[in-house]
Design a protein around this ligand. Structure first.
Ligand code: FE2
Length: 352
């Protein structure tokens, strides 16, 4: 039977509908994946991703590397990068990614409502290029048999002559320290900060080496009397079931510096949408999900951190033992942006 013009037209319509359907399902297939480059490597983050996929049907493909590795990879991949969302664990590194043009503005009313402005990247009107999703404080630990809390209850005191040859700290150029020093720079200006850094470098018990946990161990071992660490490293030791770790933390006191002043320096782990994200809407949806109460709890508990969203409560015995504290109010965008100037100061004062 020959097709009448009418049935031919019907077939065309049907074909058109089929093509539309195919296009729609192709689009859906593209939207249902988020390619995540993450510098967070915690078991509980698995629950985060699973909950998001369960709620939205969007699958998470994850690539894990450290901050520097992720930034290098994004640069090398350029516009061909499959990355949609980037998770990094420090403000100075997030700022570096922004400077290198690796992210794009993140505009979301929900995220603006949930994450305080002080925990977001700079916003020129298009939205910030990154937002904090959890926070960690940079605290001082000390040998209780040698010092009192009052000897080390401010960052300023780390440069005091009384602590000559007593201080252990990881490399000055490590992003955690660049951010801490950037916060001091924001508070006290360049002349005072550089003089302070010179004093800190002059108090070192040994050349900087290892990570924050190594500094805590060095205090417990008597190699130094005071050290600097992010809260989660100490909390991890507090929650350890190993007897040696419990003996170690029993010898060491913790101080949240500057409680009588501007508050303790707080850094972030934060999220950004990749510059050439192919699944942009899903990427934003994932970061929005990270600001939900449940996700905030998982993000914080996974690494003994604090939620970035105000009012979200966690149930973490180690953080409860450390107690509440006053956090600084310096915008994290300014802290991150200070990294380059801080590095020049470190070079001048010889703080490796
Ligand atoms: Fe860390």
């Amino acid at each position: 039977m020959q097709a009448t013009p009418q049935t031919f037209a019907n077939r065309l319509v049907a074909l058109g509908a089929t093509l539309l359907l195919a296009a729609a399902s192709h689009a859906t297939a593209q939207e249902r994946v988020v390619n995540l480059y993450s510098a967070r490597h915690y078991q509980t983050d698995e629950a985060l991703y699973a909950n998001f996929t369960r709620a939205t049907g969007i699958r998470i493909n994850r690539v894990e590397a450290d901050d520097a590795g992720i930034l290098a990879r994004l640069k090398a991949e350029g516009s061909a990068s499959p990355a949609d969302v980037i998770l990094l664990v420090d403000a100075a590194r997030l700022w570096r990614g922004e400077q290198d043009g690796l992210f794009q503005p993140l505009k979301s009313d929900l995220i603006s409502k949930r994450i305080p402005p002080a925990l977001r990247g700079a916003d020129a009107g298009q939205g910030p290029q990154w937002v904090g999703v959890s926070t960690r404080a940079r605290v001082v630990v000390y040998d209780k048999t040698v010092l009192k809390a009052a000897d080390v209850d401010s960052y300023e005191k780390l440069a005091s002559p009384a602590l000559k040859g007593k201080l252990c700290i990881r490399s000055g150029s490590h992003p955690y320290n660049l951010s801490l020093f950037g916060s001091v720079l924001e508070r006290r200006g360049s002349a005072q900060t550089e003089a302070w850094l010179k004093g800190v470098a002059g108090n070192l018990a040994r050349a900087p080496k290892g990570g924050d946990t190594d500094q805590i161990r060095a205090v417990a071992a008597g190699e130094c009397a005071v050290a600097v660490t992010n809260t989660y490293y100490f909390a991890r030791l507090l929650r350890s079931t190993a007897a040696a770790d419990r003996d170690l933390v029993a010898k060491v006191g913790v101080v949240f510096p500057d409680q009588a002043g501007a508050g303790t320096h707080v850094n972030i782990s934060g999220a950004a949408v990749a510059r050439s994200a192919k699944n942009r809407d899903a990427a934003v949806a994932f970061i929005e999900y990270l600001t939900s109460d449940d996700a905030q709890r998982l993000l914080a508990d996974g690494n003994n951190e604090y939620p970035a969203v105000p009012g979200v409560r966690t149930d973490n015995p180690a953080l409860a033992a450390l107690g509440a504290f006053k956090a600084e109010t310096v915008p994290i965008a300014k802290v991150g942006a200070a990294a380059a100037q801080v590095q020049q100061m470190l070079d001048r004062v010889g703080f490796k």
